[in-house]
Write a protein that binds this ligand. Sequence first.
Ligand code: AP5
Length: 211
Amino acid sequence: MKLILLGAPGAGKGTQAEIISETYKIPTISTGNIIRAALKEGTEMGLKAKAYTEKGELVPDEIVIGIIKERLSEPDCNGGFILDGFPRTIPQAEALDNMGIAVDAALSIEVEDSEIVKRMSGRRVCEKCGASYHTEYKKPQKDGICNACGGNLVIRKDDEPETVLNRLSVYHEQTEPLKDYYNKQNKLLIVEGQDDVKDTTALVLKAISEI
Ligand code: AP5
């Protein structure tokens, strides 16, 4: 299965990607995670991306398209993959088409902006392995400590309230038109995000099973 996950920042793409990945045994490719790892390592790409991510702007298309081209050529993608956070603009979607990659579906998780702002303010991420938690909805076993690797849980820099609002407006302007793009290809699936992660997962897995 080749699946794109669409949705506003904080709609729950990463959370659902993890579950789909375990269920279908296919890798998740998150451009956000790849960029954050490059920032942490201080690579040339990370330095170029820093100013954009910190303001909640999109990193230029040519950089993310390069990342995806390279990642999709790795052997673990041969049996399918989940794209979490790519494409985010029409030129990125066109680039994917031009690579000859035909996805099976683009699944959009729909959540109200007001709910997103609430979710993002409670998100905590592990500074070591990047695992994501929530102060209310997904608590770690030990306060402030990652279950998986014991790293410290911190607030993501781009989860500050003002940056979240900018990310939302960038989403509506540049990424939401992709729903129309994939609808025209008959590949759009819509799932209404629920208050409980498990309820969203049930809807997501049902939608995917019908592809
Ligand atoms: P990226 O990391 O992709 O950020 P994003 O799309 O803004 O996605 P998030 O990781 O913030 O949210 P999510 O939808 O995965 O939600 P999550 O599951 O964590 O990108 C970061 C930046 O990198 C971008 O701003 C941009 O600068 C750059 N970038 C990346 N890709 C790019 C591209 N293709 N082109 C250009 N630039 C790019 O959930 C959020 C929180 O809610 C969690 O705490 C979770 O526990 C909680 N939660 C989830 N589901 C539920 C639920 N059902 N009920 C209650 N709480 C829930």
